[in-house]
Design a protein around this ligand. Structure first.
Ligand SMILES: [Zn+2]
Ligand SMILES: [Zn+2]
Ligand SMILES: [Zn+2]
Ligand SMILES: [Zn+2]
Length: 339
């Protein structure tokens, strides 16, 4: 990597190594150099933060396989870099950064280190010769741990006399942490500060309670309003249901009535049909009778005709007799008149 790229990367990621030692971040180079030579850590330098790589990984992208130097980064630094730069490689700008674990991890675990708390303490109180500082330094305990990196965590957790303890008022907002021996001094010196923190916390709690009460009141009012609205709606719905029921009943009654009417009409129709059949039958009988009568009339006519003929014959005979009588009646007087 050239200097320009270095500057760019520094701008992109401010990983920092604020704590001298942490489980995950790269290690403070100055701290490591307290008990190691520069040559020993040459191959462990993280290309991102320039400190000593913790969980060293080797960048193996084919884009820069021609580079001679070993491309080492700390695991945490690489993760943060990739997250912040959309997975762009920290060596050259390209996607799909490739990396792998390397054996240097074992060597790092075997590096000899001093207690990081002691190192930090020495940095903060360099011993400039001022009276107060000297006095303070005197009462401070010291840690003379010097051992392998792999033993460090156990030391820090269990046996370091400089182990830091959080202030008792941490819950109320005091971020101070210090060695056990100095904690009492802090508590005495910062009485007012801690008291103010507690008061502030109590006030904040009170405000929260008040806010909760107000919210609760608001909710109660809303609840009441909703209840009333719901009751009104239910009432309205009930009325509508009643009205609909009435309409339904009315419709049912109408349908019943119409059905009844229809039935009556059908009965009437049936009765009319029966009447009609009867009438037709009577009609047929009458027609038959009429035919019979016609026949009888015809017979009578025939008889009458025959009778007329006989009568005419009789009449003719009678007329002849009358004519003879008439001739006799005329002739007889005339005969008598003849002298
Ligand atoms: Zn790093
Ligand atoms: Zn790359
Ligand atoms: Zn220690
Ligand atoms: Zn405190």
């Amino acid at each position: 990597m050239n200097t320009e790229e270095d500057e760019k990367n520094k701008e992109k990621v401010n990983t920092g190594v604020a704590p001298v030692f942490s489980d995950k971040s790269c290690f403070n180079k100055d701290w490591i150099l307290q008990s190691n030579k520069k040559e020993q850590i040459n191959y462990f330098t993280c290309l991102i933060c320039k400190q000593v790589a913790n969980y060293p990984l080797e960048i193996t992208c084919h884009e820069h396989k021609n580079m001679d130097e070993l491309l080492i980064v700390g695991k945490r630094c690489l993760q943060q870099f990739l997250e912040k730069n959309n997975n762009t490689c920290p060596i050259q700008t390209h996607d799909g950064c490739q990396y792998r674990d390397i054996k240097q991890l074992l060597q790092i675990n075997n590096l000899t280190v001093i207690c990081p708390h002691q190192f930090q303490l020495d940095l903060e109180t360099p011993g400039t010769g001022e009276e107060g500082t000297e006095e303070k330094t005197l009462i401070k305990p010291a840690c003379n741990f010097k051992g392998d990196m792999k033993e460090l965590i156990e030391h820090l957790h269990n046996s370091c006399p400089l182990k830091l303890f959080a202030c008792w008022f941490r819950f109320f907002g005091c971020d101070h942490s210090c060695m056990k021996e100095l904690l009492e001094e802090h508590l005495t010196l910062e009485k007012k500060y801690h008291f103010d923190l507690v008061i502030k916390h109590a006030e904040s709690l009170q405000q929260k309670i008040q806010y909760s009460q107000e919210e609760s009141m608001k909710l109660q009012v809303e609840n009441q309003t909703l209840k009333l609205e719901t009751e009104l709606k239910v009432d309205k719905l009930n009325k509508e249901i009643h009205s609909k029921n009435d309409e339904m009943q009315q419709l049912k009654d109408d349908i019943k009535l119409q059905l009844l009417k229809k039935n009556q009409e059908q009965i009437q129709l049936q009765s009319l049909k029966i009447d009609s059949i009867k009438k037709e039958k009577q009609n047929n009988e009458l027609t038959e009778l009429l035919k019979e009568k016609d026949k009888q009339i015809d017979q009578l006519k025939e008889q009458s005709k025959n009778n007329d003929n006989n009568l005419f014959k009789g009449y003719h005979n009678n007329c002849n007799i009358y004519l003879i009588f008439l001739v006799v009646a005329i002739i007889l007087p005339l005969y008598n008149a003849i002298p």
